[in-house]
Design a binder for this molecule. Structure first.
Ligand SMILES: NC(=O)c1ccc[n+]([C@@H]2O[C@H](COP(=O)([O-])OP(=O)(O)OC[C@H]3O[C@@H](n4cnc5c(N)ncnc54)[C@H](O)[C@@H]3O)[C@@H](O)[C@H]2O)c1
Ligand SMILES: O=P(O)(O)OC[C@H](O)CO
Length: 359
């Protein structure tokens, strides 16, 4: 008798702009691949849109009218308002919520999921750890839920991925048994996956690039040109590399040349929400929170909170002056400095030190 094919069940924990774009890919792949169950559950943080539940709208129209309007989700993606109900039978949990909500979600899921499940985090951000440091989101997921957690980060603006425009992404996964399953459920002919084993560096790139994007938005708002923005991108990249080198030694420089590194930095600094809101912050003088609420229709910014989390650690370790760009973005977002102070903060960057012996 032929052996019965084991079918992995997938749950997408989150249904925002990126959550919905990835649901389109995951739903189609699950329906096509023999080792996945057709039905994919998608946890939706319930809200009422024009008198109707968002979950009902998604299940009836197959469109997330609030967070990814204009794109059809595959019919096998089923919106579920209860996160435990959505996740309880899953073999693969794809976490894709704004990072500020992950701890609460994990506490709700604790003890309610399959002990054999694995996770893939698409979440870009950190959390504050006890003792003055930061926590990686994948580490929080693993610690809270006692399951392995790989990460996916890349130059992936959700609307472009939903439009099926060619791009690349990086999966950081140390487990060679899990990596093929993670790749297969994500990869398409227009969304190409590279798997590397440098999990922490992949995730840190995804989080830190959002701080740099806020800086890029500042220089756009101040009316500087492309040369200035290129300098911000380069100095940001150097601070990202230094951050990994100092706090997560043993990571690989080559990871910064994957989609999660330089490529994501470029796309975010030109096309991302963090850049857009930071530019408006400079031009209007209004608060970031007000602009986020007004410009993003419920989508969430990650850069300003990430700058705060990183600064919490740098200040505790007395290292703010080693990361002047990250520090300046934090102080400007908080109102301690004015946006036009930004260039002065990076004018004498440690990267500008003479690097060759001068005669
Ligand atoms: N949007 C992109 O282009 C993109 C691309 C790559 C990675 N990411 C990353 O993916 C992650 C998720 O981003 P997104 O774009 O899917 O989300 P989003 O910015 O669209 O956020 C809105 C989502 O947050 C949910 N939400 C609101 N309040 C909540 C609460 N109290 N608890 C739980 N959920 C709540 C909303 O229901 C909605 O699903 C972020 O870390 C982001 O950096 C986003
Ligand atoms: O729109 P942003 O600034 O949150 O960036 C979106 C993605 O992270 C780009 O890869």
């Amino acid at each position: 008798m032929a052996e019965k094919q084991i079918k992995n069940r997938v749950c997408i924990v989150g249904s925002g702009n990126w959550g919905s774009a990835i649901a389109k890919i995951v739903g189609r792949n699950a329906a096509r691949l023999p080792n996945f169950e057709d039905k994919v559950t998608m946890w939706v943080y319930e809200e009422i849109i024009e008198g109707k539940k968002l979950t009902e709208i998604i299940n009836e129209t197959h469109e997330n009218v609030k967070y990814l309007p204009g794109h059809q989700l595959p019919p096998n993606v089923v919106a579920v308002p209860d996160v435990v109900e959505a996740a309880k039978d899953a073999d693969l949990l794809i976490f894709v919520v704004p990072h500020q909500f992950v701890r609460t979600i994990c506490s709700t899921l604790l003890g309610k999921i399959k002990p054999t499940a694995a996770a893939l985090s698409l979440i870009k951000g950190f959390d504050i750890a006890e003792g003055g440091g930061i926590d990686l989101i994948s580490h929080i997921i693993t610690r809270c839920l006692k399951i392995p957690c790989a990460v996916l980060m890349g130059a992936n603006i959700a609307s472009e991925v939903a439009e099926e425009k060619f791009c690349e992404t990086t999966i950081g996964c140390r487990d060679v048994m899990l990596a093929p399953m993670m790749r297969d459920i994500i990869q398409t002919d227009y969304f190409r996956v590279v798997v590397v084993d440098d999990e922490d560096a992949v995730e840190i790139c995804g989080a830190l690039k959002n701080i740099v994007a806020v800086g890029a938005g500042f220089v756009d708002g101040l009316g500087f040109g492309d040369n200035t923005k290129a300098a911000v991108i380069r100095l940001g990249l150097m601070e990202m590399i230094k951050f990994v080198d100092v706090f997560y030694p043993g990571s690989k420089l080559s990871t910064f040349f994957e989609s999660c590194g330089v490529a994501d930095l470029i796309t975010t600094c030109y096309g991302g929400r963090n850049r857009r809101v930071a530019e408006a912050f400079v031009k209007t003088g209004r608060s970031i929170k007000e602009l986020e609420d007004e410009m993003l229709n419920g989508q969430k910014l990650q850069g300003p909170i990430t700058a705060e989390e990183v600064n919490h650690m740098l200040a505790n370790k007395n290292m703010e002056n080693k990361f002047p760009l990250f520090t300046a973005v934090f102080r400007i977002c908080r109102g301690e400095l004015k946006p036009h102070d930004f260039i002065d903060c990076i004018r004498s960057h440690p990267e500008h030190m003479v690097k060759v012996a001068m005669k």
